[in-house]
Write a protein that binds this ligand. Structure first.
Ligand code: ZN
Length: 122
C-alpha cells in the first residue's frame, strides 16, 4: 500500500511503496536542528513530485538535502548508502531518505524509532 508525504504547503509530494519497519532519528547536528525522522528507500521506489520551490542544501557536497522554499519543510534527501560499502565492500549506491513526519495518512509516532548516532559517526 502506497503512502503519500507532502510538505506543509503541498508543493512537494512524495509517494513511497510502504511504511518502513522503523523511523531513524539521526543525532547529527543538521538532523537534530531540523527535527526529522527518516525512512530509507531505494531511488526507484520513490516518486518525487516537486515544483520550482524545491530547494537543495548541500553542506558537504556529498548529500543533497531537499526542502520546500515556500513552507520550509525538510522533505527528502539523496545520500550514499554507506551500509552497502561496509557490508559488501562495494561502491555506495544512492539512498533516498524520506522525512516521515510529512506522511499524511500515518502518525509517525506509531513507528518504532531507532537512534542513529550521526553526531559521532561523521
Ligand atoms: Zn511546501
Amino acid at each position: 500500500m502506497t503512502h503519500i508525504a507532502t510538505c506543509h504547503c503541498g508543493a512537494t509530494r512524495l509517494t513511497i511503496p510502504r511504511l518502513p519497519e522503523k523511523a531513524i532519528a539521526c543525532t547529527c547536528t543538521f538532523c537534530t536542528k531540523r527535527g526529522v525522522l527518516w525512512g530509507y528507500f531505494r531511488p526507484d521506489e520513490v516518486v518525487v513530485e516537486a515544483d520550482s520551490e524545491d530547494r537543495v542544501y548541500e553542506p558537504s557536497g556529498v548529500n543533497r538535502h531537499h526542502f520546500c522554499g515556500r513552507c520550509g519543510c525538510s522533505t527528502w534527501s539523496q545520500t550514499p548508502d554507506w551500509s552497502a560499502v561496509e557490508e559488501n565492500d562495494k561502491e555506495p549506491v544512492e539512498r533516498i531518505s524520506i522525512n516521515l513526519c510529512l506522511l499524511d495518512d500515518t502518525d509517525v509516532r506509531d513507528l518504532p524509532v531507532e537512534l542513529l548516532d550521526g553526531r559521532n559517526s561523521w
